[in-house]
Structure formats: C-alpha cells, structure tokens
Design a protein around this ligand. Structure first.
Ligand code: FES
Length: 120
C-alpha cells in the first residue's frame, strides 16, 4: 500500500469511520445499536490504533442505509450499510487487523461483502 499524503504531507493510514448519528444507532427510533464503546475498547486491546485509525462520527450522510460504516485506504472508499449485528462489527475488527498486518490485503471479510453499497 502506498500511503497517500494529506495536504500537510502526512501519510494517511487506513481508517474505519463508524456512524453513530441521527439514525445509525438510534434504538429509540427502532434502529440497531452501534457498539462504539466496545469497538474502541477492542481496537485498544488489539493495539490497532497505530496502523488503522478508528473514529465515530455523528452522521456520514446515507442515513437510510443505517447502520453505516466507511472504510478508507489508499484512494478507496468502502461504504457498508445495514450493519445490524455484533458479527458485522466483529468483521470490521477482523478487517482492521488484516490490513494492519498486511496493508496490501484490503479484501473484505465474506460477511461484509453483501453490505457494501455506493451512496447516491
Ligand atoms: S446517521 Fe448514519 S448515515 Fe446518517
């Protein structure tokens, strides 16, 4: 992987952005929970933060696809929607571990492939 440089000339590492906004994670509106705390804890325990950045954001935009996550690396963006089970978030951790060990291995775990979408 060639780390792309940002406007400051810094290398950009792969990034996982978890949406936890007006729709994603709003269980009071009938949507599925987003385990942000668990994910951050797991990221820390597995020491992934130096190689793959994890962050949560209020709203990524495509709310109708809740719950949403965005994986970015090189010049690629992978949107994931309809995340509705712990197993999906576990697979995001798996992807983070995989790309942290081998930056050329950005293949999605099988369980995430059907959740990929392209936002309008
Ligand atoms: S709240 Fe997640 S995309 Fe808007």
């Amino acid at each position: 992987m060639n780390y792309t440089k940002n406007v400051h000339g810094d290398n950009m590492i792969p990034k996982v952005t978890i949406c936890n906004g007006c729709c994603c994670g709003r269980v009071e509106a009938g949507n599925k929970p987003v385990p942000v705390g668990e994910l951050k804890q797991t990221w820390k325990e597995r020491n992934l933060g130096n190689k793959v950045k994890l962050s949560s954001i209020y709203c990524l935009g495509p709310c109708s696809m809740n719950n949403v996550a965005l994986l970015t690396f090189d010049d690629e963006r992978i949107w994931l929607g309809k995340l509705d089970d712990k197993i999906h978030y576990d697979a995001i951790v798996e992807w983070g571990e995989q790309i942290s060990k081998n930056p050329k291995d950005s293949d999605l775990p099988e369980i995430l492939k059907p959740l990929r979408f392209i936002p309008n």
